[in-house]
Design a protein around this ligand. Structure first.
Ligand SMILES: NC(=O)CCC(=O)C(=O)O
Length: 308
């Protein structure tokens, strides 16, 4: 039987050549924050940590998943903030500090209230302090490993509907939140749209973390030949959800560049985007896909092409 795909479709979604980033080498900081039940303290502490990271030379800051609130379905509605209505003390702080220090912030995530819905949302601020975009976690963390780990984000949260990729002063960045990292199609689409880096604020747990956290980051980076950065809350063994920690930066060859254990830490490391082109030249599998046999369709791009 003839293949339904034509050979000329071999790179669907069509790969966008890697855009030239405004800056090729810079420092990223992964702020692995200890999170408490005191929101004001969490916001003040995040501000101080960002300031410290910037003093150490970081131009891009990544915060953890749910850094202003405990990670629990009981807490999400209580700590949620309305981002669009400018009623969010957490994002007001991120905006102020990114503008004052002229840094880019991938603001981890916070519970977002929008009408009668709650989302797990990452806000991205540019060096001018403006909200560049926000990513609502697309894949909610619903898991049941009896006797070990049961969590159902969908009890309180609504899933986001769109992949998020954003041009910043430190390159083109795709965003996913924690469980989003398990879906390689999302990362593949970001790579096809020219991402240099994918940032995943995340809070893996003591059951899946040891086996899967680093494995998934390295897999996404090696598959897509780009940088992957993750940032977790620090571990609090007394909380109802115990985070794995281990915020990590992985390079485009799938190598761990910098990481930490589970305590509070600022991981600062250099990113050099020229390595992406180098790795892709040495190992050009992006151009060797057999799109005549299989393909991934980027529905969003397909629709925008059809309507434009
Ligand atoms: N907060 C999350 O999405 C946790 C994801 C996780 O732990 C996993 O194993 O996946």
């Amino acid at each position: 039987m003839a293949s339904p795909f034509k050979a000329e479709d071999a790179r669907i979604p069509p790969a966008i050549p890697l855009p030239t980033p405004p800056i090729s080498k810079f420092k990223i900081a992964l702020c692995q924050l200890y999170v408490t039940s005191d929101k004001d303290r969490n916001v003040a502490h995040a501000r101080e940590t960002i300031e410290e990271a910037a003093r150490k030379g970081a131009q891009l800051i990544l915060l953890p998943e749910i850094w202003n609130s405990p990670y629990s379905n009981d807490s999400f509605p209580v700590y949620a903030e309305e981002i669009d209505a400018n009623k969010s003390p957490s994002t007001a702080m991120l905006s102020e500090v990114s503008r004052r220090l002229k840094i880019t912030i991938i603001g981890g995530s916070i519970p977002e209230r929008s009408g009668d819905r709650l989302y797990n949302t990452c806000c991205v601020f540019g060096t001018d302090g403006k909200l560049k975009t926000k990513h609502r976690k697309i894949h909610l963390f619903d898991i049941d490993i009896p006797g070990q780990m049961t969590f159902k984000e969908s009890k309180t949260l609504t899933a986001g509907e769109t992949p998020t990729i954003v041009d910043t002063d430190v390159g083109r960045i795709g965003i996913g939140i924690c469980y989003d990292i398990r879906f390689q199609e999302l990362a593949t689409i970001y790579a096809a749209r020219g991402a240099h880096l994918i940032c995943y604020p995340g809070a893996f747990n003591m059951t899946t973390g040891p086996l899967h956290w680093e494995l998934l980051q390295r897999a996404r980076a090696a598959d897509c030949q780009l940088y992957v950065a993750t940032c977790s809350p620090a571990r609090d063994s007394n909380s109802s959800y115990v985070a794995w920690g281990h915020s990590t930066l992985v390079g485009p060859f799938g190598e761990v560049i910098a990481t930490t254990e589970h305590d509070e830490a600022i991981v600062i490391s250099e990113i050099d985007y020229s390595l992406i082109e180098q790795i892709r030249t040495f190992l050009p599998f992006q151009r060797q896909r057999r799109g005549d046999l299989y393909q991934l369709v980027d529905v969003q791009r397909l629709n925008s092409t059809r309507t434009s």
